[in-house]
Design a binder for this molecule. Structure first.
Ligand SMILES: NC(=O)c1ccc[n+]([C@@H]2O[C@H](COP(=O)([O-])OP(=O)(O)OC[C@H]3O[C@@H](n4cnc5c(N)ncnc54)[C@H](OP(=O)(O)O)[C@@H]3O)[C@@H](O)[C@H]2O)c1
Length: 296
């Protein structure tokens, strides 16, 4: 299949591109930065706010994976008007399937970032295109970055009443790749394997980073945290991810083999002789033929 990926340089895009290439698809990747095309990835320049390059980007595609976002501080600029423009271009080009990535709870929370995702979801569902909305829980990498920011403070504010269900982007990407191959599926939720209290989340993170911080019990304000506290951002949907927060931060050591001879005489490419890899690569077994671009 020929698949356009918006948001290809983002956290999820960086995991989806190798998954699609590995599955044998031809990938067109959209970015606001100019990049060199390599192998099965063609990079095209485009901007979902000004609409520049979008019409050309969707032409000839069998599916569009729309991951691009202006983020929590972006006031929905890419998520809502950008999605509207992308839908218009995809309709004009006769693209059969649009997959949009959203948040678990976007259908239940009306404010803030989830509110923009909700608005975009209804544009996608009413687009007349074949559609899939893949709602995911917060990514390990995103929580890791947020905790790193908060850890700059001398004390860590912790709201014990807020639950989290972190998920690995490699597994979200694998789910997205399956859904793209399977065709329009409507709304689908995908969450991490465990629900953790903020205390557990923070405790594991501090241990993994070998940091010590006093914790300050607080109650996070606002309607979004109230929704999270009420469990509205969690999902029971199956399948769910298998890589836990603990595994992401402290990957388990490879199991020792009790067959020394087999381990040491097997060919250098045998799985027994491969080093433990990055969790993204563990999910896919490698991203041969694809080199993730760096942000410019
Ligand atoms: N992060 C999470 O924990 C989480 C959880 C659940 C669902 N999601 C959803 O998953 C998707 C991907 O999230 P992410 O965390 O991977 O995103 P991210 O790392 O913040 O990346 C954002 C991407 O959007 C692109 N972008 C921003 N403005 C653009 C514009 N004007 N025109 C075109 N592209 C633009 C950026 O590309 P360039 O800078 O190269 O142009 C970048 O690749 C989003 O839909 C998000 O809502 C995220």
């Amino acid at each position: 299949m020929r698949i356009l990926v918006t948001g290809a340089t983002g956290t999820l895009g960086g995991a989806l591109l190798p998954a699609l290439v590995k599955a044998g698809h031809q990938v067109r990747a959209l970015s606001r930065a100019k990049r060199e095309s390599r192998g099965n990835v063609e990079w095209v320049w485009g901007d979902l706010i000004s609409d520049a390059g979008v019409e050309d980007a969707v032409r000839g595609m069998d599916a569009v994976a729309h991951l691009a976002t202006s983020g929590r501080k972006g006031r929905g600029a890419v998520d809502v008007p950008g999605t509207r423009m992308l839908i218009a271009a995809a309709r004009a080009a006769g693209v059969p399937h649009l997959l949009f990535t959203s948040l678990v709870g976007a259908d239940r929370v009306r404010t803030g970032y989830p509110g923009y995702k909700r608005e975009a979801e209804s544009l996608v569902a009413g687009s007349g295109l074949g559609w899939t909305v893949l709602r995911a829980t917060p990514f390990h990498q995103w929580l890791d970055r947020r905790l790193s920011e908060v850890a700059a403070l001398p004390v860590l504010p912790v709201d014990r009443s807020v639950p989290w269900q972190p998920v690995h982007t490699g597994e979200v990407a694998a789910r997205a790749a399956d859904l793209l191959a399977g065709g329009p599926a409507g709304a689908v939720e995908f969450g991490g394997p465990q629900v953790l209290g903020t205390d557990d989340l923070v405790e594991t993170w501090l241990r993994a980073k070998d940091l010590r911080r006093p914790r300050l019990p607080v109650r996070f304000p606002g309607r979004q945290y109230a929704a999270q506290r009420a469990g509205l951002l969690l999902t029971d949907a199956t399948p769910k991810g298998r890589i836990t927060w603990h595994d992401y931060l402290l990957p388990p050591a490879p199991a020792p083999s009790d067959d020394f001879a087999t381990e040491h005489t097997a060919s250098p490419t045998s799985p027994a002789n491969q080093p433990e890899q990055d969790p993204d690569l563990r999910v896919y077994g490698g991203d041969e033929g694809y080199e993730r671009p760096t942000r410019s």
